[in-house]
Design a binder for this molecule. Structure first.
Ligand code: 3PG
Length: 306
């Protein structure tokens, strides 16, 4: 019997697991669940007889693929697949997919949760500022960036975006000002929200030279990936520019050093942008359906290691 494994160090909401189980049962497949694992060995053991795996930010590397002798497909229930070694998967003849857009609203809503928290001085009771009329810069206009733009308009913000892979006309057609480049976005906006994936091109790209272009009181919100930040340079800049704030739901490697910027730095204890029941249901069930579609009918839409 085809075995589908949910391997999530950070579990889905139980209602999402129920939804996944329904899809898997209806296909006549078997479901196994490994949640909250703490050792890689637990993952290596669990994948041994899996034909398909549903993951979140769980790392799938060559060692895991070696251990998964029957594996045909891995679906990352979410957007970013930088946690999967695509070359190793291809070499093992394993299809990798993501579920683009399924958790985008959840991440976008968290951006504003973090942002209101930041402009109200982390709720310390002192007079803060408002978002109305402020300029918001969205770096990368994908599914999350577009949801951020939609919500920002409700706050009455002036919205700008830059995306190296999305033409200015598409951005303008969404009622958003298209910045010419990253530099212009940081120069123009009071707040910049990051929505770039972690790639060879973007890693460490949010550096001192770029962020220092921000106006007085600038805020950088990072719900994307910690790898896109040049942490030593951002720490250096926050020390020099006591007006800037950095808020994120992804704990930096240098969290202890960032902690010195009390009142200007905040990180949630665990990555939580996509951690809602709705996002878990959307992404989890999409992942299960994609697995069934691939195994039964060979459908490879959303494959990312082509
Ligand atoms: C994504 O890439 O989809 C988000 O970063 C969510 O990641 P998570 O599933 O680990 O919460």
């Amino acid at each position: 019997m085809t075995k589908v494994l949910i391997a999530t160090e950070k579990p889905f909401a139980p209602v999402a697991v129920e939804g996944i189980k329904k899809e898997v049962d209806a296909a006549g497949f078997e479901l196994a669940i490994l949640e909250k694992y703490t050792e890689k060995q637990q993952l290596l053991d669990a994948v041994a007889d899996a034909d398909a795996i549903i993951i979140r930010s769980d790392k799938i590397d060559a060692e895991v693929l070696d251990a998964a002798k029957q594996l045909k497909i891995v679906v990352r229930a979410g957007a970013g697949y930088d946690n999967v070694d695509l070359d190793a998967a291809t070499a093992h003849n394993v299809v990798v997919m993501n579920t683009p857009g399924q958790n985008a609203n959840a991440v976008a809503e968290l951006v504003f949760g973090l942002l209101v928290f930041a402009v109200r001085n982390f709720f310390n009771g002192k007079a803060g500022t408002e978002l109305l009329g402020k300029k918001l810069g969205i770096l990368a206009f994908g599914n999350v960036g577009r949801n951020v733009a939609r919500i920002a308009k409700g706050f009455g913000m002036e919205v700008y975006a830059y995306d190296a892979y999305c033409p200015a006309e598409v951005i303008e057609a969404a009622g958003v000002h298209a910045a010419k480049n990253q530099d212009e976005l940081f120069e123009t906006c009071d707040v910049v929200s990051l929505h770039i994936p972690a790639t060879a091109e973007t890693k460490q790209s949010i550096n001192k030279a770029l962020v220092s272009k921000m106006k007085k009181g600038g805020i950088v919100v990072n719900t994307a990936r910690k790898e896109v930040i040049n942490e030593p340079e951002l720490i250096e800049l926050l020390a020099e520019r006591t007006d800037l704030k950095y808020i994120t739901d992804i704990k930096p490697d240098a969290d202890a050093e960032f902690a010195q910027f009390e009142g200007r730095y905040f990180s949630t204890p665990k990555k939580m942008g996509a951690q809602t029941a709705e996002a878990n249901i959307n992404a989890g069930i999409a992942a299960a359906k994609q697995i069934v579609g691939f195994i039964k009918d060979g459908i490879t839409k959303f494959q990312v290691n082509k």
